[in-house]
Design a protein around this ligand. Structure first.
Ligand code: BEZ
Length: 211
């Protein structure tokens, strides 16, 4: 069955370019971005993995571990890493799962046969420290992902987890945020020292609380 938001991210053991991992133990108490790419030695994937490697500091600042997956074998991943550094200038600095028998791909519903039956689509799972799925994306093989958007969504998820706020359309780090409806006005005043502006009773804006 397909994974849905709030589901427990399935645990698994897999061979990766950083050795064999048991997923939940590897995650520890960090956030995780698990993303699949359709095949090794393909153009869009090459640019994506370099882009993610270049964001290492951003992920570390957010207590977030990154792990990639493709259905190609470990030897291919290792050979391909050289090309990725060559093309993008970034050495791959996160583990890549080798999933030639598609165990993890099936577990995470990353194969969408009506879109691309050869391998996985471009899935992204953001998984919270509680091992629950917080966000899902599925892009076709031909569309490279915007990893700045993945970071933006991660920031939103972490704000919600830590401060009881939501983020509006097109929100960027530093913009005002929305007080969650479950907080009464009195509770919101106590929680947000800078106060809030009620544009509607159900739409209360407050400055980003971790700024
Ligand atoms: C690519 O990464 O360029 C790609 C991979 C699989 C199918 C089509 C494109």
């Amino acid at each position: 069955m397909a994974l849905r938001l709030g589901d427990l991210a399935p645990d698994f053991t897999a061979n990766t370019t950083h050795g064999t991992i048991r997923f939940h133990a590897w995650q520890g108490d960090a956030w995780v971005i698990l993303f699949s790419h359709p095949r090794d030695f393909t153009p869009v994937c090459t640019t994506e993995l370099g882009a993610v490697a270049g964001l290492k500091g951003e992920f570390e600042r957010r207590n977030t571990k990154v792990i990639g997956l493709s259905v190609d074998p470990l030897g291919a991943h290792r050979l391909w890493e050289g090309d990725i550094e060559d093309v993008t200038g970034h050495a791959v600095n996160f583990p890549m799962i080798a999933d030639p028998d598609r165990t993890v791909a099936v577990l995470y519903d990353m194969i969408h046969p009506n879109a691309y039956d050869m391998a996985t689509v471009r899935s992204v799972f953001i998984i919270g420290p509680d091992h629950r799925v917080k966000l899902l994306l599925a892009y076709p093989a031909s569309t490279g992902r915007n990893f700045k958007e993945v970071l933006r969504a991660l920031d939103s998820l972490q704000l919600t987890a830590n401060y009881a706020v939501a983020t509006p359309a097109d929100w960027q780090d530093g913009d005002d945020v929305i007080v969650l409806g479950r907080l009464s006005d009195d509770a919101a005043r106590a929680r947000f020292p800078k106060g809030f502006i009620a544009k509607k009773p159900y739409l209360r804006m407050t400055p980003q609380p971790n700024r």
